[in-house]
Design a protein around this ligand. Structure first.
Ligand code: CU
Length: 312
């Protein structure tokens, strides 16, 4: 690209453009290979689920596209510092008049246009199709995963904890989030009080929990292990303490856990409001008492207890 900048008087100059391009090309290939094969597999949020893996792919593609652009800037900068610096005793002016660089401009404009439009297309597709980017898609998702009917799990946010209801197992409610491996999961996320955000970090799932709203997010677990759930929306004084750990377990282990928990919490399930996609806080104003009586949380919506001094 820089060749067209060479003035006629400098005919015996080395071909700087070819040199810069060669150094850039070699370094870019090395950087991209390292990013894709060595660094990329460690990018967050990992590959524990389909949505996490799809987000990791997004980061890898972005990094692989960005590295050559950064390399061009660094290589040109260092090349100019080394080759075109002012030498001792060199009092001469630079060329007074530089010829136009139409070719460099055309290449630059078309390459950047292609990069931006390509990323626009890729980003739009990735946002909509694979797991809806792992985000809450509202009550009527535009994308649903294949592979059979998903297991429905309701996520209920309240100050300051998440509880989980399993409608396919009698609608029991628990503070443990357990998912079966290799089976599509549908999270129905809602809240009882203020806006929270259900962020299951390693699952690549993040969905706002809004009172009276059912916000759906899908994912497909790909391997067993533990993951962290955090509230990602400032929701009150104990927002920072609003987290728990979940598990992905083999299907058989999941079924026995679910059946066991369903049986153990039968008495509590009976006094809970019936399973619904959202709950009106007005209708369940006595839920704190229900939870406390059932021993579910220690205090429904008041995890730290009503005697806790920092209760608003
Ligand atoms: Cu919260």
């Amino acid at each position: 690209m820089a060749e067209s900048n060479v003035s006629p008087g400098a005919a015996r100059e080395p071909r700087h453009g070819v040199r810069i391009a060669s150094i850039w090309f070699v370094l870019s290939v090395i950087a991209d290979l390292l990013i894709w094969f060595v660094w990329g597999p460690h990018f967050p949020p990992g590959n524990m689920t389909s949505s996490a893996a799809s987000q990791q792919l997004d980061f890898k593609v972005l990094a692989v596209v960005a590295a050559p652009v950064m390399m061009l800037i660094y290589v040109f900068f260092l090349y100019a510092l080394v080759v075109w610096r002012q030498r001792d005793g060199d009092e001469e002016d630079g060329p007074g008049e530089l010829p136009g660089a139409a070719r460099a401009q055309k290449v630059w404009v078309s390459v950047t246009l292609m990069l931006v439009l390509g990323l626009f297309g890729f980003g739009t597709y990735q946002l909509v199709v694979p797991a809806g980017a792992g985000a809450g898609e509202g009550a009527n998702p535009v994308w649903k995963p294949g592979g059979g009917k998903p297991l429905q799990i309701q996520v209920i946010g309240q100050q300051w904890l998440f509880t989980y209801r399993y409608p396919s197992y009698g609608g029991f409610e628990t503070r443990q989030l357990v998912l079966p491996d290799n089976q599509p999961v549908q999270f129905d996320v809602t809240s009882l009080d203020v806006i929270h955000s259900f962020w299951a970090i390693q699952l690549g799932v993040k969905a706002d929990a809004v009172p009276s709203v059912n916000n759906v997010a899908y994912t497909i677990p790909r391997r067993t292990g533990t993951f962290t759930v955090r509230c990602a929306e400032l929701c009150g004084i104990w927002h920072g303490a609003m987290y728990n750990y979940g598990r992905i377990v083999p299907v058989a282990a999941f079924q026995s856990w679910a059946q066991r928990t369903e049986a153990q919490s039968a008495a509590l399930t009976k006094i809970l409001p019936p399973f619904s996609l959202s709950y009106s806080p007005n209708e369940i104003s006595d839920l704190a008492k229900v939870y406390t009586d059932g021993g579910l949380t220690g205090a429904g919506g008041q995890y730290y207890g009503s005697s806790f001094p920092a209760q608003p």
